[in-house]
Every structure is written in C-alpha cells, then in structure tokens.
Design a protein around this ligand. Structure first.
Ligand SMILES: *Cc1c(COP(=O)(O)O)cnc(C)c1O
Length: 630
C-alpha cells in the first residue's frame, strides 16, 4: 500500500502547496507540520501536538490557534503596502485596522493589538459591545479605532468621550440620522469628535456579500445623501472634523477588477470631499481582501485572482493617481482586512468516530432457494463486462425496485431482500471497477459513485464550528493531518454529530471546482484518524455562537387562548458582560482597566472629573445591559 504513494502525491491531491503556503507542509513521515513564522526550521508536528493534547485530556474536536500566524499576516500586509507605496512614490502611510467581528476572541484581539503595535495597527468595531472591547484592549494611542455599524446615542456618547480620552477614534456616519445623534452629543459635551463617512458605491462586489454595496445596500450614504450630510455637518460646525472616507463592498472579493472599480469610484468621492472643504486625512478601503481557499488563484468564489501585493499596489496606485490629478495631498490609507489576517491562524481538528460504508461480500451467496428475481441479479452480476455495464446497471436498478416493492407486499422474505441488496452492491462495485479500468466518465453513472461513497462520522458540529459551510456553502480545505505517505483508498463525505440532516460536509475544494467527495484513508477502529479543517479562523467561531457579540435575544412564548393570547414565559437575553465572559473577558478587569485609563486622563487634564465619572458609568451600564441597541 505504502510503496508507490508519496507525500508529494498527497500534497497534489489535497492542494496543500497551493492554499497552505507557507504555513502548512507535510514532513517525511506523512504528518502535517505547521510553520507559523513562515520558517521551516521551526515547524511543529500537528499530529503529535494533537496526540499530546489528547493525552492531557484536551478532547477533540479541538480548535488550534496559532497567534504567530497572525503576526506574520499583519507583517505581510504592512510590508505589501509599504512596498507599494515605495513603488508609486506615495507620500503617505498605511494604517490598518482589524475588524473585531471577524474573530472577537480575546486572545486573537490581544495578538492583533500586540503584534500590530509597531505598525500602529488599530481596531474596527461595528457595535457597542465591540467598542467596549476595543477601548479596553487598544494600547497604542496612535492606532485608529474606527466606529462603524448602527449607532444609538450611548454608542456615540461613549465614542465621543473616548476621543477626548485620547483615543484616535473616528465615528463613521453610516446614515444621515447619525449626524443628528452626533450633533446632540457634541452640544451636550462640547467635544467634537473626528468623523468619517461611509459611501454607498454603485460598484458592486462579486461575492456573496455583493449586497454590502450597490444602490440598495444596507449601509452607507448615497451620493445625494453625502451632499446633504456635508450641508448638515457644515451647519452644525462639524465639517472641520470630517476626516475619513469609508467603503466596504463585501468580503472575499474574488476578482481584482471589482476592487479596481470600487477604488476608482471612491477616489473621485474622496477628491470631491476635499474640494468641498472637508479636511480629509484617511481613505478607508474596508475589507474584501480574499483568501485562496482552493489555491487556484482564479476568480472562482473559493479563490481570488490576485495576491496581497497586487491588492496593495492597486489600492495605492488608484488613490495616488486620483489625488495627483487634482494636486490633492495623498491620504493615510486604511484597510479593514479581517479574513486575510485571521483565516490561517486556526485549524479545527476532528476525529473520525466511525464509517458507514457499503460492505463488500466476498463469500459466494446462498440463493438457491430465493425468488427468481434475486437469481436474476446474480446472473447479471456474473455477466457484467466492459461492453454491457451500462445496460447492466439499469437492469439491476430496475430489479432492485421490483424486489423492494414485492417485499413491501409480503411476497419476499427479509432474507431474500437482504441477499438482493448484497448482490446489488456487488454489481455496483463491479461496474465501478470497470469504469475505473476503462477510465470512462459516464454522466448517467454519476449516481453510482454517489451510492458507493462512504460516510465518515466526525466528532464535531458543523453549525458550531463551520457555520459558513452550512449556511453559505463556503468551501474550506479539509484533509487528514497524518497517514499522508499512504494512498487514500476511500471516497467519502463527512457527517457531524448533530441530528440535523444538514449537519454534513459534502462539498470539497477541487481545483476551480467543487468535489462531491473527499479522498480518505481506510478507517480502523481503535486507530486515531484526524482530519484538519484549515483556513477557518475568520468568522466561523463567532457565527457559530455570538456574531458581532449580540447575545441571545429576549424571547417571549405566546400562547393563544380563549381570550386571545397570553405570554407563557419570558426568557431574558444576554448582557454584554455575560457574552464577554464566554470569550474569557473578565468584566471586573475591564472596568479596572478603564478606571486606570480615565484616572490618568483626568490627571493629565484631558477630561473633567464629571466626564470621567460619566464615562465609567456608561461603560459599566453598557457592560451589564442588553447587547442590542435600545
Ligand atoms: C466584515 C467587514 C470587514 C471585514 O471584511 P473582510 O473581507 O473579512 O476583510 C471590514 N469592514 C466592514 C465594514 C465589515 O462589515
């Protein structure tokens, strides 16, 4: 078995070199090794790691995070932009922000903040709970804190005071009504925060998230609204605080052409804002930087037809060209790249608990006393050859149906039906062997392949750990993390532990296509067989539980009765503190940290005593209140 199969065959089969570069490789005993720092001398044996963790009672499924990979991704992103800026003589800088919604786990955010310190790498928030995290976690006061999403007054108020506290915070206006909200807060506190505007571009993304842009997008201001916004800002004396233009055309943009279109449109808006008197400083290109899940380097949805460097070049070049044409000073470029920074750093490891496969029957079948239809299948089985296999397949399918219906009417015994099924599968296998030998793809016989696929039962829940695979058919690279010197002899699909029939994985990355099966090794009871789900570090963890840190909603159960209806029970939703606790944030530590920060700010006369008290009150209130907007 092991002789004529090499790790190179495994690399090729699973596409590892294409999507796993430079972090994942196979060592000479056929185990996946991880080089988080892009340095092969410091490779970690993933299989051994999992075995050791299991010995220490860290049971599977296991999500393995590699913060070093985050560091490397942040470095690459900054490196690509600085290279692009050098290339185009861009007299400005890049200052990225990490969108917290992509992965809000404390350890991830801490890694981003720590590794990003020297690049003034900041955070982007889309809700009040995310804002509270960012305020507590950010360390470099030059890093940007960008406030997106729907806002209520408390959100705006917290952000405004945080600005006074010394955060480099920008409130991005996503709807016209938010200007009034900001104006109110400014009137109350006498502090004018820095502002941004989110533009609704007519250039649309090509991805599943295409609706993040376009004329009917949920977020952002249309050109008409931008003009009205400028008027409003000017009337309320805030035009001098408009510093940033933002757009976001969706995640996982596969085609660079789409990004270029958006950049051209947004650059023109930027220039016009400058000309209309806004003291613009930042150009925020949002997210969208894709991940090459299948490694095909194409505009297939699971891929992207550009590199990180191509992306940086195009962003820099577009902005530079537009600004130069009008002799406008080039802005600081901001990107909100989440998927690209967070995807590689985590791998979900699951073990296979069992396999449901069509058994092979080698002993001669005892059917002398069986119904003639059963005998007929045996005759077909014996006669199947390279010329009649297609006809034979249809015949046995027909016979199988007849036998099943005879059984239902009581004309066949259980034994006879069992023998018929046994023979049916024998025929299928024989036909499949012939198909492989003549190397023929017969569309009509696709069904036969599906019939013969094995189901590998895995110890995980798709809904908890791979929600995008279930909800939007996102493909992730999946492969065994060991036995890679051995030829995988089985074709299978994966099933999870849930009782939900959607709890399965039956679409796998091919090369610009989707495969209905995964090549797997024969499974032995009592022998571990581990599968890795790669590039799953963005969105999956939190969509599986608490997307955007909005916790469980309040729920009421209403029952109809003679008088109309009554409320049977009320179930209260999560408070922010409860939600944060799931992510291992200690609300008391967070409050302590904010106490220190406000005290220092007060000592340095950045804020008044009253503001510091108010701020702490808002912080605490928000922590112990419902996560949704009021
Ligand atoms: C989700 C989101 C992002 C992150 O996008 P990626 O494609 O993961 O980089 C950035 N900005 C905004 C406004 C978002 O909603």
């Amino acid at each position: 078995m092991k002789s004529n199969w090499s790790i190179h065959d495994s690399e090729e089969l699973y596409g590892l070199k294409r999507w796993g570069k430079p972090y994942f490789n196979i060592n000479n005993v056929g185990h996946i090794v991880v080089s988080p720092q892009n340095n092969k001398d410091k490779a970690l044996n993933l299989f051994k790691l999992v075995q050791n963790l299991e010995k220490r009672n860290f049971n599977l499924p296991l999500l393995v995070h590699f913060p070093d990979i985050i560091e490397d991704r942040i470095e690459q992103l900054n490196h690509c932009f600085s290279k692009a800026m050098a290339r185009y003589n861009y007299d400005g800088s890049y200052q990225g922000v990490f969108p917290i919604k992509v992965n809000q786990q404390r350890h991830i955010v801490e890694s981003v903040v720590n590794y990003g310190y020297k690049y003034k790498y900041g955070l982007e928030v889309g809700s009040k709970p995310e804002l509270l995290i960012a305020l507590a976690q950010l360390k470099n006061s030059n890093s940007l804190l960008i406030c997106n999403g729907y806002k209520d007054k408390k959100y705006v108020e917290t952000a405004v005071i945080a600005y006074h506290l010394g955060y480099n915070i920008l409130i991005v206006i996503e709807q016209l009504s938010e200007i009034y909200l900001v104006a109110d807060v400014v009137l109350e506190h006498g502090i004018k925060p820095n502002l941004g505007i989110r533009a609704k571009l007519s250039a649309k993304g090509d991805s599943r998230w295409a609706n993040s842009a376009g004329d009917r997008a949920k977020f952002g201001l249309s050109v008409t609204e931008i003009i009205r916004a400028l008027d409003q800002l000017s009337k309320s004396g805030m035009l001098t605080k408009l510093k940033l233009l933002h757009f976001h055309i969706g995640s996982q943009i596969s085609a660079i052409a789409t990004i270029k279109d958006a950049l051209s449109e947004a650059s023109q808006i930027y220039i016009n804002l400058c000309k209309l008197g806004a003291p613009m400083e930042y150009f925020d290109v949002g997210g969208g930087l894709g991940i090459d899940y299948d490694g095909s380097n194409t505009n297939f949805p699971a891929s992207k037809n550009y590199s990180m460097q191509n992306y940086a070049n195009d962003v820099v070049a577009a902005i530079k060209t537009a600004c130069d044409s009008q002799s406008i000073k080039v802005p600081i470029i901001v990107s909100e790249s989440g998927r690209s920074v967070a995807s590689h750093q985590s791998i979900l490891i699951v073990n296979v608990l069992g396999v449901d496969k069509i058994e092979e029957f080698n002993n001669t079948t005892e059917i002398d006393n069986c119904h003639t239809l059963v005998q007929e299948i045996l005759e077909i089985y014996i006669s199947i050859n390279e010329t009649n296999f297609q006809e034979a397949y249809h015949d046995v399918l027909q016979l199988k149906r007849e036998i099943e219906s005879l059984f239902s009417f009581g004309y066949l015994s259980l034994y006879e039906r069992g023998k018929a099924e046994e023979l049916f599968w024998k025929c299928c296998r024989k036909i499949k062997t012939i198909l492989q030998k003549v190397d023929l793809e017969v569309d009509e016989l696709d069904n036969l392949h599906q019939l013969l696929l094995s189901t590998y039962y895995c110890n995980f829940s798709v809904f908890q750990s791979l929600p995008d695979n279930w909800s939007i058919d996102q493909l992730f690279p999946i492969m065994p993390i060991h036995r890679l010197t051995e030829k995988p002899t089985e074709l299978g699909t994966l099933a999870d532990l849930t009782c939900d029939s959607d709890g399965k994985v039956s679409r796998f990355i091919g090369y610009q296509n989707v495969k209905p099966h995964l090549e797997l090794h024969s499974w032995e009871k009592n022998e571990p067989y581990y599968l890795g789900f790669f590039l799953s570090g963005a969105y999956q963890e939190i969509l599986g539980s608490l997307h955007n840190l909005f916790g469980d909603t309040n729920a009421v159960h209403i029952k109809l009765d003679n008088d109309g209806y009554h409320i049977e029970s009320i179930i209260k939703g999560d408070s922010v503190a409860e939600v944060l606790k799931y992510l291992e944030y200690n609300s008391r530590d967070m409050i302590k940290s904010m106490h220190k920060k406000t005290q220092n700010a007060f000592k340095n006369r950045q804020i008044t005593f009253k503001e510091s008290q108010l701020f702490l009150k808002y912080y605490k209130d928000a922590l112990y209140n419902y996560t949704y907007l009021k």
